[in-house]
Design a protein. Structure first.
Length: 206
């Protein structure tokens, strides 16, 4: 089963890469968030819906405010928002964070946006490839639930979101650090206990 999931992970990122290079797929984000191969999610169904709404609303407001002048990716997990990408100056970085904080149901914001030039197509493609490798390696790790983690890759920096135990965070960091193309691993997850994890695994999300 894991070999099949690994195949799909690599296939998905290859398809995304080919489409982006051919300009048939709008590369809005240089990072890739790959989930969904197995129905393993530690959020409630309500939180998942709210996360989708937060991402859509925040992205739209940033686009309305800045147009094409910035490149900002919005990823929400359990109502906690991660901002990545690039903006021209520190003032824009602060404005982007304020927009995110004012979106309904957002509980907190991690502002990891870089004050630097917008990434090139080559850099974004490299991030896509690294994301695929990461997903495949997480699937191969028998002691990890690969789809319990959201992974975002931006300029070679890898951000890990989710509801994760201390044991898992160390293991996930170790796996990701060994992937080609990864510069740094940043854990922006919510820490839960082993007992909380056991309870989550024992009952379906609601």
């Amino acid at each position: 089963m894991k070999s099949l999931l690994r195949f799909f992970a690599l296939g998905a990122v290859l398809l995304a890469t080919l489409l982006s290079v051919s300009a048939c797929f709008p590369l809005v984000a240089s990072g890739v968030v790959m989930t969904g191969f197995v129905a393993v999610d530690r959020r409630t169904s309500g939180a998942m819906l709210e996360d989708q709404a937060i991402e859509v609303k925040t992205s739209a407001r940033i686009r309305d405010a800045f147009g094409e002048r910035v490149h900002v990716n919005v990823t929400s997990y359990n109502r906690k928002v991660l901002l990545t990408g690039e903006v021209p100056d520190a003032q824009d970085k602060e404005r982007v964070a304020e927009i995110a904080k004012n979106i309904d149901n957002t509980s907190s914001v991690w502002n990891e946006v870089g004050v630097t030039a917008i990434t090139t197509l080559t850099e974004r493609t490299n991030d896509l490839i690294a994301a695929g490798r990461i997903k495949a390696d997480l699937i191969d790790a028998k002691d990890l639930f690969s789809n319990a983690y959201k992974v975002v890759v931006e300029r070679g920096n890898v951000y890990v979101m989710g509801r994760i135990t201390a044991r898992e965070s160390k293991r996930v960091s170790s796996v990701i650090s060994g992937v080609t193309g990864v510069k740094k691993v940043v854990l922006v997850h919510e820490t839960i206990t082993e007992d909380e994890l056991a309870n989550l695994n024992a009952k379906p999300a609601n």
